[in-house]
Ligand binder design. Structure first.
Ligand SMILES: [Zn+2]
Length: 187
């Protein structure tokens, strides 16, 4: 079932996630709804907070868009995490280490529609997580996958794109941010 995405200005996005005790039907249904919602909005990641839930769960799919129109864009690019099957469901994720220096790239968020901004993050991240089969796994990610994991980890901690912006970025986006907050709070 597709859910509404919680937007900036809603306090639900500031709630810290609670660990999942057991991976049951409830969690499987949540993951399935989150994937459907993410795909419907053309996102690469979605955290439970963004559908108004508090479980420590996020979903990610950084595979290149399918369809012949897009294939050319990726033809020459080596996938950065080719061994990782998509989509991923990460339950109770925990960052074990950051590596590889810092990288700056443009980031968006389904809770901040039409807002994109450069964010600097560690280029590699190693995380432990539980999957839908209740197995505990560890993955070291780089590139877009690393960025997406770090962005979704932020959501589970109640940290948002706006908190990662520089003072200057915040000022330049202040009009858009104010309008979005107002629209969310009056909805
Ligand atoms: Zn986000």
């Amino acid at each position: 079932m597709k859910c509404d995405v919680v937007k900036y200005g809603n306090d639900a996005l500031r709630v810290k996630a609670l660990p999942v005790e057991i991976v049951d039907e409830n969690i499987r249904a949540l993951a399935s709804d989150m994937l459907e919602t993410m795909y419907a909005n053309s996102g690469v990641g979605l955290a439970a907070e963004q559908v108004g839930r508090t479980e420590a769960v996020f979903v990610i799919d950084v595979s290149p868009p399918s369809g012949s129109n897009h294939e050319d864009d990726y033809e020459d690019e080596e996938p950065e995490n080719p061994d990782v099957p998509m989509p991923m469901v990460l339950i109770n994720p925990e960052v074990l280490s950051f590596d590889g220096g810092q990288e700056t790239a443009q980031e968006g968020c389904l809770s901040f529609p039409e807002i994109f901004t450069n964010i600097t993050r560690p280029s590699e991240v190693t995380v432990a997580y539980t999957d839908l089969e209740s197995s505990r796994n560890t993955i070291t990610a780089s590139g877009l996958l690393s960025r997406a994991i770090q962005h979704e980890m932020d959501h589970l901690n109640g940290v948002l794109l706006v908190d990662r912006m520089s003072h200057v970025q915040k000022i330049s986006l202040s009009g858009k941010l104010r309008r979005l907050k107002k629209a969310t709070q009056s909805a």
